[in-house]
Design a protein around this ligand. Structure first.
Ligand code: DOR
Ligand code: ZN
Length: 463
C-alpha cells in the first residue's frame, strides 16, 4: 500500500507527456503506473498536468538582516505557492555568508522557516575569503557567488546599488583576482556563479549621466549596456577555460552574451548560464507601464535581446531559468529609476509566466520540465535525487490546472511586500498543489504543511 497516489493526471517529463498515476512511499516517488494501485491518500489529478517540482537556483530571501524587504518564511511560502520545491538561497544577507560561522548560523536560522527544500550559496569576496572556501564547501555550500560588477559597502559588505563617488566600498576583484578565485573554487569542486557586469565600464558610463536629466529608461540602459555584460562574460569564460572551474553565469540578459556563451561552450568550456522570467517576458517597452519595479541588475533590455534569450533557452545555449527573486520594500521601489534599489519579486510567478509562454507557443511543456527542473538539478548535482518524475527521486511535484486562467495580483501573493512587475496580467494555467518530498505543502489555496523544507548539504551523497 502506497502512502500517496497522484491519479488520473498527465505527467510532464522532458521526454514527453504520459497519462499515468504516480505513487509515493515516504519521501520518494515509488512507481509510475497506468494501472491504479492502492494508497492511503490520493490526489485527484484528472484534467490536470503533473510536473516535477521547480528548482530555483537563485533566490534572495534577505534573511537575516534585511527582513524589512523579505524573509525566508515569506520567500519559501511564495516559492511553494508558485510550484517551486527547492531553492538555492543567495548569500547577500546581513551578515553575508562569507565564512563557516556565518554559513552555519544561517543554516540554523533558516531551517525552521523553510517551507520548501533549500541549499545555501556562499559569497566569494576574492582574496579576502579565499582561505574559507574549502570550509564552506565542506559545510555543504551549493556553490560560490561573485557579485562581479558590484562594489560592497566596506562596513557591512552589503551590495551598493547606486554608488556615489565618495562611498567607502570594497571593489570587486580585478581579472587577476578572479583568476586566483577560480583556482580556489575549482579545488573545491563546487561551481562559481558570477554576476557579470563590467564595473569599470558601468562606472564610467554612470559618471557621464547628468543628474538633472529626466530619468528615462533609455538613459538607464545606456549606463549598463549589453557591452558591459558581454565583456564580463567573455573574460569569465576565458579565465574559466584556463582554470577548469565550473562556471555559471547568473541572469543572462543580452543577445551578445548569448553569442559569447555559445562560442565558449563550443570550445568545451565548462560554462552554463541561466536567464530569468523578467528578461524573457519584459522589455524596455514595458517601462512606461511598470516603472522602477522592473529595475533589476543587469537590466531588462530590448525585444531583440528577449528573442535571443528565448532562442538560447530553446537550443540549450542557456541551460535553464531561475527567478532572481530579489524583493525590496514598497517605499524603496517607489523611488525614481536612479535611486530605487535593483531587484523585484519573481519566485511565485515564475512557473505561471513560463506556462503562459507555453500557451503562446514559445516553449513546450517538455521545455518546462527541462528548463525549470531537470537542467538546474543536473548543474548542481541534485539529479536524480531531484529534477524529474522518476522512481527513486524525491516526491517533489506540482499539479497544474491547464484550463484555469487567473490574474496576477501581488496583494494576494505571499511575499512580504505586495509588488509584482506583472500586476494585472492574466496567465492561462494555475498551480493548484505542491508536494515536497511526499508532503502536500500547498493545496486548496492554503499552506497545508508549514516548515516542510529541509537543508540540502551539497557535496555529500545526495541520494
Ligand atoms: O537586481 C538585482 N538585485 N540584481 C542583483 O544582482 C542583486 C539583487 C539583490 O540582491 O537585490
Ligand atoms: Zn540575484
Amino acid at each position: 500500500m502506497w502512502d500517496l497516489g497522484v491519479e488520473g493526471g498527465t505527467l510532464v517529463t522532458r521526454m514527453g507527456l504520459i497519462r499515468a498515476n504516480l505513487y509515493v512511499q515516504g519521501e520518494k516517488l515509488g512507481a509510475i503506473s497506468v494501472e491504479r494501485q492502492r494508497s492511503h491518500r490520493s490526489l485527484d489529478a484528472r484534467e490536470r498536468l503533473v510536473l516535477p517540482g521547480v528548482i530555483d537556483t537563485h533566490l534572495h530571501s534577505r534573511d537575516p538582516g534585511l527582513t524589512y524587504k523579505e524573509d525566508f518564511d515569506h520567500a519559501t511560502r511564495a516559492a511553494a505557492f508558485g510550484g517551486v520545491t527547492t531553492v538555492l538561497e543567495m548569500p547577500n544577507c546581513l551578515p553575508p555568508v562569507t565564512d563557516l560561522g556565518s554559513f552555519e548560523a544561517r543554516r540554523a536560522h533558516l531551517l525552521p522557516q523553510a517551507h520548501v527544500d533549500f541549499g545555501l550559496w556562499a559569497l566569494a569576496l576574492g582574496d579576502a575569503n579565499l582561505a574559507e572556501l574549502p570550509r564552506l564547501a565542506a559545510a555543504g555550500a551549493c556553490g560560490f557567488k561573485l557579485f562581479w560588477g558590484y562594489a560592497l559597502d566596506r562596513r557591512t559588505l552589503a551590495l551598493v546599488y547606486n554608488p556615489a563617488p565618495d562611498d567607502d566600498v570594497v571593489p570587486p576583484p580585478d581579472d587577476a583576482g578572479l583568476l586566483r578565485l577560480m583556482d580556489a573554487v575549482q579545488a573545491t569542486g563546487r561551481p562559481l556563479a558570477i554576476h557579470a557586469e563590467h564595473r569599470g565600464l558601468n562606472a564610467a558610463l554612470i559618471a557621464g549621466v547628468d543628474p538633472d536629466a529626466p530619468d528615462t529608461y533609455a538613459e538607464f540602459l545606456r549606463t549598463r549596456p549589453a557591452l558591459t555584460e558581454a565583456v564580463a562574460v567573455e573574460t569569465a569564460c576565458r579565465l574559466a577555460q584556463a582554470t577548469g572551474v565550473a562556471l555559471h553565469i547568473v541572469h543572462l540578459t543580452a543577445a551578445d552574451s548569448v553569442d559569447v556563451i555559445r562560442a565558449a561552450r563550443a570550445r568545451g568550456v565548462d560554462v552554463t548560464a541561466e536567464t530569468c522570467p523578467q528578461y524573457i517576458t519584459l522589455s524596455d517597452e514595458d517601462f512606461p507601464r511598470v516603472g522602477p519595479l522592473m529595475k533589476v541588475y543587469p537590466p531588462v533590455r530590448t525585444v531583440a535581446d528577449q528573442s535571443a534569450l528565448r532562442r538560447g533557452l530553446a537550443d540549450g545555449t542557456i541551460a535553464y531559468v531561475a527567478s532572481d527573486h530579489a524583493p525590496h520594500a514598497t517605499h524603496e521601489k517607489q523611488g525614481s529609476l536612479w535611486t530605487a534599489p535593483a531587484g523585484t519579486p519573481v519566485v511565485e510567478t515564475m512557473l505561471p509566466l513560463f506556462l503562459r509562454l507555453v500557451s503562446q507557443g514559445v516553449f513546450t511543456l517538455e521545455d518546462v520540465a527541462r528548463l525549470l527542473s531537470y537542467a538546474p538539478a543536473r548543474r548542481f548535482g541534485l539529479y536524480p535525487r531531484k529534477g524529474a518524475l522518476e522512481p527513486g527521486s524525491d516526491a517533489d511535484l506540482v499539479i497544474v490546472n491547464p484550463d484555469h486562467p487567473w490574474t496576477i495580483r501581488a496583494a494576494a501573493a505571499h511575499s512580504k511586500h505586495p509588488l509584482s512587475p506583472w500586476e494585472g496580467e492574466t496567465v492561462p494555467m494555475a498551480v493548484e498543489t505542491t508536494v515536497v518530498r511526499g508532503q502536500v505543502v500547498v493545496a486548496d489555496g492554503e499552506l497545508q504543511t508549514p516548515g516542510a523544507g529541509t537543508f540540502l548539504r551539497f557535496g555529500a551523497p545526495l541520494s
